[in-house]
Design a protein around this ligand. Structure first.
Ligand SMILES: [Zn+2]
Length: 280
């Protein structure tokens, strides 16, 4: 990844990332077996599925759709190991991870493209389980919250130094927390140290140039390392983006452009479908 890469380069790269196979529409929606649920919570989720179904968001491999996916991911409070740091206030913990190899599309006939890794992660709200032994996490009161999320992402991990998230494919599950869970107030946000203004300006310039949100953190880190070395910050400013920075910067840019970042990805899928029909 280099700073000379334009949004068009990223858009073209995204189109070469294979999409997961379309799910069978007749397939019954089910709760992942890996979740830790009490019988009572399982019954509530089953009722929820039969009444309203699961929240299912599939994202096209376009910069717009990926930005919305990233925004949804971070506002939901999800983290991705080695990519998006865990917000210590987040109630979600990763319950299960599986991965598989997929290949980038290629123009060369009969040849496999670059190897990529696709991860499927299941997250569960810590207010829905009392069996978390992980003492690094904030203990939350178990109120049988039924929220869980299935996240599918595709990564380029060929080179240790340029490992990065390429695409967010799916965010599904029960995205809303139960009413009793919502009543448990999150810890007050720390008065955090602000982002260095020059780094903030650099991050904004990337977004103004339509660089995808998924690449923002890595590119800012590279820029900051060139500027300040390995220091994470000084007494006044941070030299790294925190969990909320990409979304709040994106909100600012979207607001200036008059686009609502909350617009559902599906509403814009018309354009995305056309792009995906470009033959390779
Ligand atoms: Zn919850």
């Amino acid at each position: 990844m280099s700073f000379s890469k334009t949004s068009k380069d990223f858009a073209n790269e995204l189109l070469l990332v294979p999409r997961p196979r379309n799910p069978n529409k007749n397939q019954k929606q089910s709760i992942p077996a890996v979740l830790d649920l009490t019988d009572a919570t399982r019954t509530i989720i089953e009722q929820h599925i039969s009444l309203v179904g699961l929240d299912k968001h599939l994202f096209a491999h376009t910069i717009d759709d990926q930005n919305r996916a990233y925004h949804m991911l971070t506002t939901q409070g999800l983290h991705i190991p080695n990519e998006i740091d865990r917000d210590i206030r987040s109630k979600y913990s990763i319950w299960h991870t599986s991965s598989s190899i997929v290949h980038m599309k290629t123009f060369a006939k009969g040849q496999k493209g670059r190897e990529l890794k696709r991860y499927v992660r299941c997250y569960q709200c810590l207010c829905g389980t009392d069996s978390s032994q992980d003492r690094r996490l904030i203990p939350w009161k178990d109120v049988s919250c039924f929220s869980w999320i299935r996240l599918v992402t595709t990564h380029d991990e060929n080179d240790e130094n340029t490992k990065r998230l390429l695409a967010i494919d799916e965010i599904s599950g029960v995205l809303d927390h139960s009413p009793s869970c919502k009543q448990i107030v999150e810890m007050d946000r720390d008065a955090s140290i602000p982002l260095h203004p020059e780094l903030k300006a650099f991050a904004l310039s990337l977004l103004y140039n339509s660089i995808p949100l998924t690449q923002l953190r890595q590119m800012c880190k590279q820029w900051a390392v060139q500027r300040w070395g390995d220091a994470q910050g000084d007494n006044h400013f941070r030299f790294r983006l925190n969990h909320h920075d990409p979304s709040s910067l994106y909100r600012k840019v979207s607001h200036e452009r008059g686009i609502s970042p909350a617009t559902a990805a599906e509403e814009n899928s018309g354009n995305a479908v056309n792009l995906l029909q470009i033959p390779f």
